[in-house]
Ligand binder design. Structure first.
Ligand code: OOG
Ligand code: MG
Length: 262
């Protein structure tokens, strides 16, 4: 750790205020170039603590920057992990208020719901599949608190990996019923297909992102509890949206989920 607890608390407050007031900011490594990974996750943890203290409930976790398309779009090379609270959830087919966000983008993802605890180190795809209750289509709405989505990895980790909203829906499937490598996805905006892909775009198999998350948490003495909802990361580049847009994700054999920006 390079930052003291006062600085960590101040940076968490700065990023959370940006989220609450729909204001962007410059990336925090500009002011704290010495910041390390532990500092970055400590700032994220402090944002989580502040939200929980205000009554929010942590309902899920997320992996991000797990596909080549996303890494290339954002100019980074390593996946990152974050959390999701109850107020991030949009009902399937429901509305997302664009006025509560800075510059939202949507990502097509595979969502996992677990039925057993997953604990690293040594977590692998097999363990993830054994612990998965079902998978379903999920759209993540990301909204970096950094100006123009310009960040480096430590800054984006501190900013809870741009997490803002999500919707899941469609047909929940057992992992035995779908090949998550070859499953095809189509993301539509206002009825037009805007992005296409297959599950293997995420680390060869979306379950690998969940294993990586379990191993990341294991290194910090934490685990993925049973009953977690986890987003495995955008399969394609993220797509910008604004008020008036309707977004639908269709996943082969797994139905669709959608949301409307108002
Ligand atoms: C960081 C979050 C990336 C994903 O699915 O790749 C992410 C960002 O691009 O703002 O959630
Ligand atoms: Mg995502």
């Amino acid at each position: 750790m390079k930052l003291d607890t006062t600085t960590i608390a101040a940076l968490a407050e700065r990023l959370e205020n940006c989220q609450l007031q729909q204001q962007d900011t410059t990336k925090i490594t500009d002011d704290h170039p010495e910041m390390d990974w532990d500092d970055a996750y400590a700032i994220q943890d402090e944002i989580r603590r502040r939200k929980v203290a205000r009554g929010a409930r942590v309902i899920g976790l997320k992996a991000g920057l797990t596909s080549h398309a996303k890494m290339k779009q954002m100019g980074v090379t390593t996946p990152v992990f974050g959390f999701m609270t109850d107020d991030y959830a949009v009902p399937d087919g429901g509305e997302c208020k664009a006025s509560e966000l800075i510059h939202p983008k949507v990502e097509p993802e595979i969502a996992f719901v677990t039925k057993a605890e997953l604990r690293g180190p040594g977590c692998h795809i097999g363990a993830v599949l054994a612990a998965t209750d079902f998978v379903m289509p999920g759209i993540e709405v990301i909204d970096s608190r950094y100006r123009d989505f310009k960040f480096d990895l430590k800054s984006v980790v501190a900013d809870n990996t741009s997490a803002a909203r999500f919707v899941v829906g469609g047909q929940p499937m057992s992992v035995a019923g779908v090949d998550l490598r070859t499953v095809g996805i189509v993301l539509e905006k206002n009825g037009q297909a805007v992005a296409f892909g297959a599950g293997a775009a995420v680390l060869g198999h979306p379950a690998a992102a969940i294993a990586m998350l379990a191993n990341h948490l294991g290194a910090r003495g934490e685990c993925i509890p049973a009953g977690s909802l986890i987003l495995s990361g955008g399969i394609t580049e993220a797509v910008s949206v604004q008020a008036g847009d309707v977004v639908t994700l269709r996943v082969q054999g797994m139905g669709s989920t959608s949301l409307r920006f108002v």
